[in-house]
Design a protein around this ligand. Structure first.
Ligand code: NDP
Length: 328
């Protein structure tokens, strides 16, 4: 047992504070698998935890970070042995269980997914919770029955992490994708990912009509609030929207009109407690349905020392695509 570098969040009377520090392995929480972490990533939720802007962390001290990819170092779980390459997304890591911005993590083996054969740890974390959630959203739309022939699909928060990956996956699946963004200067980036149309964010932030002109067969929404309400009101008869985020707010100022007059369905997407079978399916699909060159083009790398600055930037909507955090 020794120490390793970790980003630890402490709580005091004045609030919470995150700092890069040495952490003693003896203080890791219970779990049947110990993993040497190679890469983590920065998600919107990590931004909330590090800055303390929302009560994401419910145990102190907490090692932040909700995702990791790494190599099993020790295991008493029959499913895993030393040397296995694994991915972890969510399950309360970085919230109630010591998380991913650390040289080591000890977790339940039942939480782990095997790293797909053709994927590196870095690629898995370039995808991270944001990308795996985008895949869950696309899977929900496809289970609903949407195909490229159904019509175009809108992706909100398009230049962010979930949005960027959702565009790339939908484009690869043959969908025509409308990228809804507050950063029109990123139009070329979004088109390179596969967007066929750029829609200004303000088109979906105005007053919400109960029913607006039918525009999209489906949507992936990371923004919530007025944006999601407008998206629902613009969804075509029989269409579906997969909602996963709250970047614009937690509320939903909508009406039942899209549901009862157009048969529109709203699917909720949760990545944190998503059952293991669906996770495995999502990661299998990510191996084939996401172009690696596009993933590389949307990703930049930082070290543990860069996480605090990046956390503030992601909450300010200034991060484009995905950030991986190199640890090992
Ligand atoms: P990012 O910050 O990378 O992306 C969010 C994007 O939303 C921004 O890039 C911006 O896109 C847009 N945006 C930001 N603020 C506003 C605003 N006030 N109004 C309208 N649009 C806004 O975050 P992620 O992609 O990592 O996460 C997106 C959301 O999804 C978050 O709320 C996150 O908590 C949630 N999430 C939920 C998961 C789940 O399990 N349900 C899992 C993963 C994420 P642009 O500049 O293009 O307009």
């Amino acid at each position: 047992m020794g120490t390793f570098k970790a980003i630890v969040i402490e709580k005091s009377d004045t609030g919470t504070k995150a700092a890069l520090t040495d952490f003693d392995e003896a203080n890791l929480m219970d779990g049947d698998v110990t993993v040497a972490v190679e890469y983590s990533t920065l998600n919107y939720k990590d931004g909330l935890a590090i800055t303390g802007k929302a009560p994401v962390v419910r145990r102190f001290p907490m090692i932040a970070g909700i995702d990791f990819a790494g190599t099993v170092e020790a295991s008493s779980n029959p499913a895993w042995k030393p040397g296995d390459k694994v991915i972890l997304n969510g399950w309360g890591c970085g919230e109630t269980h010591l998380g991913a911005y650390a040289g080591k993590a000890r977790v339940k083996g039942d939480w782990l997914v095997r790293l797909p054969k053709s994927m590196s740890e870095r690629e898995a974390m370039a995808i991270g919770t944001a990308g795996y959630t985008a895949m869950l959203a696309v899977m929900a739309l496809e289970r609903h029955g949407l195909t490229p022939a159904s019509g175009p699909v809108a992706v909100t928060g398009a230049a962010g992490g979930v949005g960027s990956v959702a565009i790339a996956i939908l484009a690869k699946r043959g969908f025509s994708v409308s990228a809804v963004t507050g950063r029109p200067e990123e139009a070329d980036y979004l088109k390179r990912l596969g967007a066929t149309e750029i829609v200004e964010r303000k088109d979906l932030t105005g007053p919400v009509k109960m029913l607006a002109k039918e525009r999209w067969a489906g949507g992936v929404d990371v923004v919530g609030s007025t944006t999601l309400a407008n998206l629902l009101s613009m969804t075509r008869y029989g269409g579906a929207v997969a909602a996963c985020g709250l970047a614009g707010g937690m509320d939903l100022p909508s009406s039942v009109a899209p549901f009862i007059l157009r048969g529109v369905c709203l699917y909720g997407i949760d990545s944190v407690m998503c059952p293991i079978e669906r996770r495995r399916e999502a990661w299998k699909r990510l191996e084939t349905d996401l172009d690696r060159p596009k993933l590389a083009a949307m990703t930049r790398e930082i070290g543990l020392s860069g996480v605090t600055e990046a956390a503030a930037a992601i909450l300010a909507g200034q991060v484009r695509g995905r950030i991986v955090v190199k640890i090992g």
